[in-house]
Design a binder for this molecule. Structure first.
Ligand SMILES: [Zn+2]
Length: 335
């Protein structure tokens, strides 16, 4: 039987479901709060934490967590799920991308935050210490932010400790339909060292980053990838029935290259998400305000187009496409 789970005023006994708000601090208009749902299963098992809306214009992951907390029941659930459908409510209501209007900070670039910091830093601190840190497993659900379109992937920040790295890789594998990104400190692939997932792994939580969707959209296919990913993880952890997930072929990232503009102007993109790009291939052309083509942008290496932007104007140095270098993932004992 599971113990009682309590996060501030939200308490769920064994076999109960509870929801409510946790207060982080105050903005001038009133309290800054964060919604929490606890589904405490009748039977013993692990605690899984789900967070979405760290970037609160990433709607596919937010919708997926909302649907998961509506469909899960304490009966038939082994262990417990603690979910935060929208971590950054200020950015959710304001439809603001990337950084909080309260303090200009990106909630996924301040690690575990600080107890004595600004509101975003306190929010990160509460998330990590009082919510994610209660769990053994954590999934931080993301998409491309406003203007970003990406290839779905799941990633884990390797720690060098086998007892974390093996289950971390397993969770990333069962979540993603295709691409796994296992990063090391300082590597060019996510999860990066300033993010919440990285901070969680350093607290001993097996924490993965999961990305699907983007550009302020809410598309069923993108939500479905998150729903399948969360359910696969829960089946893998034996929290719900249905047997182990059936996996297709996976690829594993080793590096990521960024193709940037040298000249400025209107961008005519010639590749799409998921395209295999060869060294020297023209990925875009840039024309000046008179319509003259001033640059044919060529890929410096081979890779799969993993992230492009919806904006159609670039300045010198702006990224045009991020490409994954990846190879077929080796077989893994338990997935
Ligand atoms: Zn994000």
């Amino acid at each position: 039987m599971n113990a009682r789970l309590r996060i501030r005023d939200v308490t769920a006994e064994c076999g109960e479901r509870a929801q409510g708000f946790v207060t982080i601090g105050e903005a001038a208009s009133g309290p800054l709060q964060l919604p929490v749902v606890i589904i405490n299963g009748r039977d013993d098992g692990p605690i899984l934490c789900l967070t979405a809306g760290v970037h609160a214009t990433e709607y596919a992951p937010i919708d997926a967590v909302m649907r998961i907390v509506q469909e899960l029941r304490p009966d038939g659930l082994r262990g417990a799920v603690i979910a935060v459908p929208v971590a950054n409510m200020c950015m959710f209501e304001g439809r603001t991308g990337f950084v909080s209007p309260l303090d200009g900070l990106n909630l996924n670039k301040i690690g575990g935050g600080r107890r004595d910091g600004s509101l975003s830093e306190i929010l990160a601190h509460v998330l990590l210490e009082e919510i994610i840190g209660v769990a053994q497993y954590h999934i931080d659900l993301h998409a491309g932010d406003l203007g970003e379109m990406l290839m779905p992937f799941a990633g884990f920040a390797l720690t060098g400790q086998r007892e974390l790295d093996e289950p971390g890789e397993e969770l990333a594998r069962v979540y993603t339909p295709r691409l796994i990104s296992l990063s090391r400190p300082g590597s060019a692939i996510p999860p990066f060292a300033d993010g919440i997932v990285y901070a969680a792994t350093r607290k001993g939580v097996v924490s993965i980053l999961a990305e699907s969707g983007g550009n302020g959209t809410l598309e069923e296919a993108d939500v479905r990838i998150h729903l399948d990913g969360v359910r696969n993880v829960m089946r893998h952890l034996r929290m719900i029935g249905g047997g182990p997930p059936v996996l297709g072929p996976r690829i594993a990232a080793s590096d990521r290259i960024v193709v940037r503009a040298v000249r400025a102007g209107l961008l005519r993109l010639k590749v799409q998400i998921g395209d295999l790009i060869e060294t020297g291939q023209e990925v875009a052309e840039i024309c000046n305000v008179f319509g003259e083509v001033v640059e044919g942008v060529r890929a410096p290496g081979t890779g799969i187009a993993g992230l492009v932007w919806a904006r159609k104007v670039v300045n010198t140095g702006d990224p045009i496409v991020k490409c994954w270098r990846a190879e077929r993932a080796k077989s893994f004992p338990r997935t």
